[in-house]
Write a protein that binds this ligand. Structure first.
Ligand SMILES: Nc1ncnc2c1ncn2[C@@H]1O[C@H](COP(=O)(O)OP(=O)(O)OP(=O)(O)O)[C@@H](O)[C@H]1O
Length: 276
């Protein structure tokens, strides 16, 4: 263990609740722009943690560091208490962290079942799979049905091409796919942006179900009503770092926005408005 790492271990606060994911003092600079300026982050088991912040506050930079899309200049990331150094999103995926991006990566012409297993297809057992790489379509179909039922996601047939689905259902497929393969964390970047009210609510239900099935969710959103509807805690990012952790059951939406913009200082909030 290096001296710097030992130092970092010593300065980590001890929390009663074990953390699924944690980041300490992340720094990322792009030339003279400081995208992350000593950012901390904590995700607990079984929670929906909303990450909010003004444009340019550094939310994407934080999420990219947690999902392996960028490598921070300095700072530490821990998964289940162990330091991790993701070099790519594939690296993060191998560690059980799945990300649903805003720009919705589903393959429209393929069926729902095929989309769920895209890039992770199940092959037929024996030589048919090993030598001829023939897909086990029945197994993928059956697993897709079982998984969608587990999420209480109502879809008539897994054999439907995704292009026949509504925007909300497509987003639902992207969320379901991530939840199917994430062992630790699902990160959702603006999953309800561009959806109507009914469809947005459907995706919020799905996010809750993912949490209730045991996976913690990091939800990046500009949509305050949605944040307040589903978040267990709110991480407010401001000027490249975490400004506050808020308790959505005890603070108003207006005050939350004020913390985000800097109109209210976190130290001026009452203790119950803060999440612990
Ligand atoms: N690849 C990059 N090259 C240069 N500057 C960057 C890069 N990525 C982010 N930045 C800068 O870093 C700062 C933080 O950006 P970031 O995208 O992390 O913020 P954000 O909170 O996600 O913003 P938004 O809500 O607008 O997406 C901004 O000033 C941004 O211009």
């Amino acid at each position: 263990m290096t001296a710097a790492l030992r130092q970092n271990e010593q300065t980590r606060p001890t929390t009663a609740v074990p953390l699924v994911m944690e980041a300490r003092n992340l720094v990322k600079k792009y030339g003279s722009v400081i995208a992350m300026n000593g950012a901390d982050f904590e995700l607990r088991p079984g929670e929906i943690l909303a990450v909010i912040g003004d444009n340019g506050a550094g939310k994407s930079s934080l999420i990219k560091a947690l999902s392996g899309a960028t490598i921070p200049d300095s700072g530490e990331i821990y998964l289940d208490g162990q330091p991790v150094h993701f070099k790519s999103p594939i690296d993060a995926r191998k560690n059980g962290i799945e990300t649903v991006y805003q720009d919705l990566a589903v393959a429209p012409a393929m069926t729902i079942a095929e989309n769920l297993f895209l890039g992770r297809e199940i092959l037929r057992p024996g030589p048919l799979g090993k030598l001829f790489r023939i897909l086990d379509k029945k197994k993928m179909h059956d697993e897709a049905v079982r998984h969608m039922q587990g999420l209480q996601f109502a879809i008539k047939s897994m054999k439907q091409p995704v292009e026949t689905l509504s925007g909300g259902q497509r987003q639902g497929v992207a969320v379901a796919r991530s939840a199917a393969f994430a062992r630790h964390v699902v990160i959702m970047d603006e999953p309800t942006a561009a959806l109507g009210v009914r469809e947005g609510n459907m995706v919020l239900d799905l996010i809750r179900q993912v949490r209730d099935n045991g996976l913690p969710v990091i939800l990046i959103s500009h949509n305050m009503p949605h944040v307040f509807e589903v978040a267990d805690r709110i991480h407010v990012h401001r000027m490249g770092k975490r400004a506050a952790l808020l308790n959505p059951k005890r603070i108003s939406m207006a005050d939350t926005v004020s913390v985000m913009t800097g109109a209210i200082k976190p130290e001026d909030l009452s203790a119950e408005m803060l999440a612990h």
